[in-house]
Design a protein around this ligand. Structure first.
Ligand SMILES: Nc1nc2c(ncn2[C@@H]2O[C@H](COP(=O)(O)OP(=O)(O)OP(=O)(O)O)[C@@H](O)[C@H]2O)c(=O)[nH]1
Ligand SMILES: [Mg+2]
Length: 374
């Protein structure tokens, strides 16, 4: 039901893990080496023109326009045209050159060319300690996505980083990617299950993921509460669900309006009934306009929530913008400092000028000239 397209290094890692967990997935990258480092995903497309664009989004965009877009579209269509794939999630880092350059363009093309599918963009935001180039790319990517009529499910590396401030990149990526893949693989399982008490079916899921704006998925385990101390009243469980939104791997929510939401409860049937007014009380606009519910009997209580159509993560982006502004200020101050160096000693001049080979490029010859004619 859900297919994953992974672009660039980060997208490729997610596609690989998804495929390992039984989800249809493909990977695209300029870097053959990155593609070779993946272990499971079978369908891989090497984009042409460069082995990697070194965080340069413009280069990725130019190469895509000049040489690759048709090939990339054909590749995705070949893999995901079957009616069983109803939702295509395109995963890419918002901070990377390849992912951040190609991602927004590709989802735009896919929405145009595969209009019978729900296309979801899954950009990965850099954590706030990452280099400026990643942060700037993430702003451009967000602007480009927000101009489209598109459902966006923004993974935020900062969410895992802030819980584990000392963790290295590898651990943050692992935890984020695993959580994402677990959530995505759990959803179709519910739509395939029967329940006398109401199901969240494929059409509901598709409707939720066809909604323009920001989306988030989270899962709250209630079982632990059942084991002892905590509050398993309806209010207590509602609070645990709200906490799961706060601690999700997705960008912090703007608690304004919420047009669509799905709530899947699995557990003992007499434990919990959704009180949607209470659950959505922190949203300014109150309850969602469309609420899709699924209730499944089970031993372990768990609530999965899917929210969609929310406003963009501007509070989160303000942090990036402030960081960029602060760095720009420092750069402006430093720009007044002379970066060259001239020795106080009178160094002897270089000896005679050697003629350059005729076919040397102009740029190289002018560099060489600078040293020869001191
Ligand atoms: N969650 C997660 N984030 C990742 C992963 N790999 C890289 N990132 C993040 O992605 C950004 C770097 O982008 P990459 O995906 O490496 O770049 P790319 O798209 O391959 O582009 P270039 O290498 O510039 O051509 C940084 O913000 C990283 O924190 C991953 O496996 N999981
Ligand atoms: Mg790369």
């Amino acid at each position: 039901m859900i297919g994953i397209v992974g672009i660039g290094a980060a997208g490729g890692n997610i596609a690989d893990l998804a495929f390992e967990n039984g989800i249809d997935a493909v990977a695209l990258n300029f870097s053959e080496r990155d593609l070779e480092s993946l272990d499971f995903v079978e369908e891989r497309l090497t984009l042409i023109g460069s082995e990697g664009v070194g965080k340069n989004r413009d280069e990725a965009i130019n190469l895509m326009v000049d040489k690759n877009w048709e090939m990339a579209l054909k590749f995705i269509k070949e893999n995901f045209s079957t009616p069983s794939t109803e939702i295509i999630m395109v995963c890419f880092s918002a901070g990377g050159g390849s992912g951040g350059g190609i991602g927004p363009m590709l989802v735009d093309l896919l929405a145009q060319e595969m209009e019978y599918k729900a296309i979801v963009a899954v950009p990965i935001l850099p954590d706030t300690t990452e280099a400026l180039v990643h942060q700037v790319n993430a702003l451009y990517v967000t602007e480009e996505l927000s101009r489209q009529n598109l459902c966006v499910l923004p993974i935020d590396n900062e969410q895992v980083k802030k819980k584990n401030p000392n963790a290295g990149k590898a651990r943050i990526f692992k935890e984020t990617n695993e959580t994402f893949v677990n959530l995505i693989s759990s959803l179709p399982k519910y739509t395939d299950r029967h329940s006398k008490h109401g199901v969240l079916d494929k059409k509901d899921l598709r409707t939720i993921f066809s909604t323009k704006g920001i989306s988030a998925i989270s899962s709250a385990e209630i079982t632990k509460l059942d084991e002892g101390q905590a509050d398993i009243s309806n209010e207590g469980i509602t609070e645990v669900i709200k906490k799961s939104w706060e601690n999700s791997i997705f960008a912090p929510l703007e608690m304004q309006t919420i047009p669509k939401a799905g709530i899947i409860y699995e557990g003992p049937l007499d434990l919990f009934t959704i009180d949607s007014a209470q659950l959505f009380s922190s949203f300014k606009g109150g309850e969602p306009t469309h609420l899709f519910e699924g209730t499944y009997e089970g031993d372990h209580a768990k609530v999965t929530t899917i929210l969609s159509g929310m406003p963009y993560y501007s509070t989160r982006l303000n942090i990036i913008e402030e960081k960029i502004e602060a760095q720009q200020k420092v750069k402006e101050e430093l720009a007044t400092i002379e970066t060259g160096y001239e020795s106080k000693l009178k160094l002897p001049k270089a000896s005679h000028k050697k003629p350059l080979p005729r076919n040397k490029k102009k740029a190289i010859s002018s560099i060489l000239d600078k040293y020869q004619n001191r």
